[in-house]
Write a protein that binds this ligand. Structure first.
Ligand code: FAD
Ligand code: NAD
Length: 476
């Protein structure tokens, strides 16, 4: 017989959805526990989910290390800076990444302590009647009775049936931990992970070939932005092959043998030292729900929820990657806060229409709101204004002139429908669009605001003016 403890809120999953929900619930005076099954590289429990252990944070650590190296070997010379024979020590780079992961996963344990969230380490399953059964790592079981349960189980990589993960065929976990720069790196899927991790190893010297099934590059982004980014990736030597249907991937002694049919219909074969499979992620709902809970999964295994993340079962909520909407850490966190507030009787809310996207390549890609294609498909009358970083003094002074900002506004009301960016530091600039949209701003509002000079933000200002064909320096 396992012991039973009672809580106001039990959260399953301590990723950016779950841990944030737990802290907010505890702040609001609710007795809260958060259960997580994950172990870190050292075999010990590690809170923080995909984001902190094997996602956002470690990938950005490697993107930054490889960017420094790339700048040293490719950019610094224009500033008159040179270094003899620069080298990258992969062990040191991976060690730095691991230390950052340790600092942040450990930080969540400290935050739990500070806000009086009870952490429970093990695999949790929701039973009927809002009981959560946890199998702890030592094999013992605990039962948690909860007034409210928040399911925040996150997501796992999709594995292709003909490319089982192993030593040389890897997902993000493996590609964040190579012990040396692979001479030839194959990537299946030119999505966010393929582009980010492909960039990391390309900058360090790998020959990278990315095989993408779709005929179009980065279909989720605005076409002008995707085009500008593709041009820069080509210059960097990223070999992106569109319309490529991979049929076989076999790890052999001399490398991973990959067979694919190209856009021209011809079959081709390539050999790589490592193959990264990044073809999307699926909700991690396997084993999460016992029979009879009443919680419904959609055909893709995602938990069905309403606009307020309620599952339809009394006191059961679900947030983050395991429910509809973009699989992004900040979206998961906002849902966590909203649900904790709803449980406490406050008006929690997340606006999925203004969740920003960022791809941390070089140049960075970012957007919020609708693309031009979406406006066309939805029959929304629109106008656009674009402005290139090549005409922005600060970007040129930084020797980072690539890319542009594009603002899409409603043709009649001038209300901003979307902002799309490609360029240096646009991961920060995109929030100018997010804030403007959240305040129902018009392109003219942005156009009439005074922006500091010289800054990259001036590209946002000029793009907003370009909507009305009155950009000063270029564009329109
Ligand atoms: P997760 O972070 O996946 O956390 C879920 C947690 O629940 C895990 O720790 C898991 O072990 C635990 N769990 C699951 N089932 C159970 C169970 N039954 N019992 C106990 N515990 C359980 N997003 C961004 O916004 N920006 C980025 O830069 C970014 N970079 C990324 C890079 C990579 C390589 C990857 C893979 C993802 C990246 N993401 C990024 C996506 C981001 O990581 C996810 O959107 C985010 O982690 C989702 O948060 P979550 O809380 O829903 O789930
Ligand atoms: P993704 O959905 O971004 O991209 C997958 C790509 O693989 C798509 O372009 C798809 O057309 C292609 N594809 C699918 N099946 C294929 C096949 N059989 N052969 C060739 N190509 C195929 O998925 P991802 O890159 O795995 O990332 C998963 C999710 O993680 C992202 O969608 C995002 O939500 C999150 N993430 C976010 C960030 C960020 O915010 N910067 C970074 C990494 C991951």
């Amino acid at each position: 017989m396992s012991e039973q403890q009672s809580f106001d809120v039990v959260v399953i999953g301590a990723g950016p959805g779950g841990y944030v929900a737990a802290i907010r619930a505890a702040q609001l005076g609710l007795k809260t526990a958060c259960v997580d099954a994950a172990l870190g590289k050292n075999g010990k429990p590690a809170l923080g989910g995909t984001c902190l252990r094997v996602g956002c944070i470690p990938s950005k650590a490697l993107l930054d290390s490889s960017r420094q190296f790339h700048n040293l070997t490719h950019l610094f010379s224009v500033h008159g800076i040179s270094a003899d024979n620069p080298k990258i020590d992969v062990g040191t780079m991976i060690g730095r990444k691991d230390a950052i992961v340790k600092q942040f996963t450990g930080g969540i344990a400290m935050l739990f302590k500070g806000s009086k969230v009870t952490p429970i380490y093990g695999f949790a399953q929701l039973q009927p009647g809002n009981v959560v059964k946890v199998k702890q790592h030592d094999g013992s079981e605990v039962e948690l009775k909860a007034t409210n349960v928040i399911l925040a189980a996150g997501s796992d990589s999709i594995e292709l049936p003909f490319a089982k993960f192993g030593n040389d065929i890897v997902d993000n976990v493996g590609a964040l931990d190579f012990d040396k720069v692979p001479k030839r790196l194959g990537v299946i899927g030119a999505g966010v992970i393929g582009l980010e991790l492909g960039s990391v190893w390309k900058r360090l010297g790998s020959e990278v070939v990315i095989l993408e099934a779709m005929p179009e590059f980065l279909a989720a982004a605005d076409a002008d932005i995707a085009k500008a980014a593709a041009k820069e990736f080509k210059k960097q030597g990223l070999d992106i092959r569109l319309g490529a249907k991979v049929s076989k991937a076999e790890a052999k002694k001399d490398g991973v043998h990959v067979t694919y049919t190209g856009a021209d219909g011809k079959e081709d074969a390539l050999i790589f030292d490592k193959l990264l499979v990044s073809v999307g992620r699926r909700a991690a709902t396997k084993g999460l729900l016992a029979d009879g809970t009443g919680v419904k999964l959609d055909p893709r295994g995602m938990i069905e929820v309403d606009a307020h993340n309620h599952t339809g079962v009394d006191g059961v909520w679900a947030i983050g990657d395991c429910v509809r909407g973009p699989m992004l850490a900040h979206k998961a966190s906002e849902e966590g806060i909203a649900v904790a507030e709803l449980i406490a009787g406050l008006p929690g809310h997340v606006n999925l229409d203004t969740v920003p996207w960022v791809i941390y390549t070089e140049p960075e890609i970012a957007w919020v709101g609708k693309t031009e294609k979406q406006c066309k498909d939805e029959g929304i009358p629109y106008k656009t204004g674009s402005f290139p970083f090549a005409a922005i003094g600060r970007a040129v002074a930084m020797a980072e002139p690539a890319g542009l900002v594009k603002v899409i506004a409603h043709a009649e009301t001038d209300r901003i429908l979307g902002m799309h960016l490609c360029g240096v530091n646009v991961s920060e600039l995109v929030h100018e669009g997010v804030i403007a949209m959240e305040f129902n701003g018009a392109a003219d509002d942005l156009a009439r605001i005074c922006f500091a000079h010289p800054t990259l933000s001036e590209a946002v200002h000029e793009a907003a003016m370009a909507v009305d064909k009155r950009a000063i320096h270029k564009g329109n």
